[in-house]
Design a protein around this ligand. Sequence first.
Ligand code: HEC
Ligand code: HEC
Ligand code: HEC
Ligand code: HEC
Ligand code: HEC
Ligand code: HEC
Length: 449
Amino acid sequence: MKKVGNHNSISRNLILSLALMLTISLTSFAQDAAPVTAAPATDVAATPAAAPAAGGDAVKGKELFNANCAACHKLDAKATGPALRGVANKYDMAWIYKWVNNSSELIKSGDAKAVKIFEEYNKSVMTAFPQLSTADIDNIIAYTSEVKPEAPTGMQISNGGLQAKDENSISNNVILGFLVTVMLLLIVMLFLVYNMLNRIAASKGLEIPKKDNSLLSVWRAFARNQFLVLVSSIFLLLASGYFVYGYLSQIGVDQNYAPIQPIHFSHRIHAGSNGVDCKYCHSAARVSKNAGIPSLNVCMNCHKNIAEVADTTATPEYSKAFYDGEIQKLYTAVGWDKSTQKYTGKTKPVKWVRIHNLQDFVYFNHSQHVSVAGIECQKCHGEVQTYEIQKQFAPLTMGWCIDCHRKTDVKMEGNAYYDKIHKELSKKYGVDKLTAAQMGGLECGKCHY
Ligand code: HEC
Ligand code: HEC
Ligand code: HEC
Ligand code: HEC
Ligand code: HEC
Ligand code: HEC
């Protein structure tokens, strides 16, 4: 390599500043990551005794609230029980733990506050929740302590899908931000070093031939230094490789896909609050390949008599008027006139947007999993009875199917067909229980046409 002017000191300075910059950016990255790893620790710490409600996780709390409390409590309106927003200001946490774990016991013990609220609500008994830990209750209370959101509109449904996607891209955004910061720091450092060298040269009375503008010469100094060029190319290659891989592995995976449906149909209200069995509507799941979407006749079995939702069904997000409007859409679709209680004959089919959709070359059969294997719908579709908006819970990738086949034992009891196969195969593998994989659940032809 031909030596040019200040080359040696330039490259030494550049390497030094690169090292400095890397340390700075790495520590800031570590700070980004820190709260994530620290989170479980605070969870554990919250368990003993009266931790402040602010320590809870409102997101987990919302889930717990919807699953356990929403049947009787709303945040901002009286239902079977009182509105719960801000309840932490009314009682201390120790009282709330006792109340939620077993309110009757607290009332029996003669606790004045407990007796008072019990009388106020005409002595209706609140379910006991001994299974909820203090940490769970902290989470619920954190949720009920959230500030009320701005006046909501029905349009909020459209957020469902977007929110879900946002969660996935957070980590990508952190990394992207990190890379951009590194690049910016690199440019700034180079510029500073160049200026500093100029100043040193000036103070020593050296004359530097001014050929081109400064940015260009910084770039030249950079381009001449083979080490720096090598390091940056490797860095850029790794970074782009990471993004390309991430992008490619997302193709065709629609986890959390939650489209807006023509009628806002809430599984939370039907399968959750009203406890309608999944198989009442998706009756085909037991006996055939497809679970199917119920026809509108099935809806009308109930909805001939249900034209409105109860006042208590409205949530801060969705008003009663909004829900009633959605039931009206059902009536318009089947051609039901609710004033005369007769069908008009004018129908307009509802085009539900299909959410789950395996590739055409994959064979998946519901009855095999639901009836033969006895797997709960929730295992593959998530806690559907809490979904206000239906979504795709599982990734539906080949790895997902295979993983479960490796881990799940085949249900043998009461299945004569399996008795003989079981004996033979368990001898072959030398085990008592057989996984779906050992029964042939990894054979390509079983899942691929
Ligand atoms: C079966 C209906 C029901 C369920 C489910 C229920 N509650 Fe209650 N809750 C009530 C009733 C009714 C009251 C009023 C007191 C009474 O009559 O016992 C109440 C009162 C309360 C109070 C006191 C509120 C106040 O303003 O004084 C708190 C706190 C509370 N519930 C928390 C919860 C939590 C947390 C859950 C879920 C884990 C839950 N409740 C689930 C019915 C219910
Ligand atoms: C009252 C009828 C009804 C009940 C009960 C019901 N569903 Fe549904 N389900 C529907 C309708 C209508 C749709 C289509 C609209 C939508 O996606 O929200 C649907 C959609 C779905 C989908 C998405 C289908 C797709 O397009 O990929 C799944 C998964 C599902 N239901 C699972 C369940 C499970 C699990 C339960 C029980 C916890 C259940 N459903 C209970 C009516 C019902
Ligand atoms: C087993 C009875 C039953 C069946 C079947 C049923 N519903 Fe409902 N539905 C209800 C009840 C009960 C409510 C009111 C709940 C309340 O007030 O808390 C309701 C509420 C609704 C609402 C307003 C709340 C929401 O989910 O947006 C809509 C819309 C609705 N149903 C549509 C449908 C459609 C579409 C079908 C058919 C796929 C259907 N229902 C099938 C019982 C049923
Ligand atoms: C072993 C996992 C698994 C279980 C258990 C399961 N499903 Fe599914 N479900 C799937 C897969 C995978 C798809 C996508 C099928 C496709 O696209 O061909 C699907 C699709 C659906 C659909 C969309 C319509 C259709 O038939 O393709 C509905 C509705 C549904 N499931 C409801 C249910 C209900 C209700 C239960 C419980 C009775 C249930 N599922 C149990 C995996 C499962
Ligand atoms: C939650 C666990 C679970 C998931 C997820 C799952 N399966 Fe299964 N699968 C089972 C079990 C358990 C059996 C064994 C059923 C039996 O007793 O025959 C089985 C059996 C099968 C069989 C029959 C195998 C044979 O030996 O005859 C096929 C085909 C199959 N699954 C396809 C799929 C596909 C395709 C997917 C993904 C879209 C999938 N499964 C996802 C649990 C699962
Ligand atoms: C338990 C069920 C199951 C078995 C067994 C299985 N596959 Fe798959 N396979 C799937 C599913 C589901 C997909 C769709 C994945 C997606 O859409 O992302 C898939 C996708 C594929 C693809 C397309 C590439 C892709 O990721 O989309 C190929 C190729 C493939 N499988 C080959 C095989 C071969 C070879 C075997 C035997 C060694 C096999 N599969 C066994 C369920 C299975």
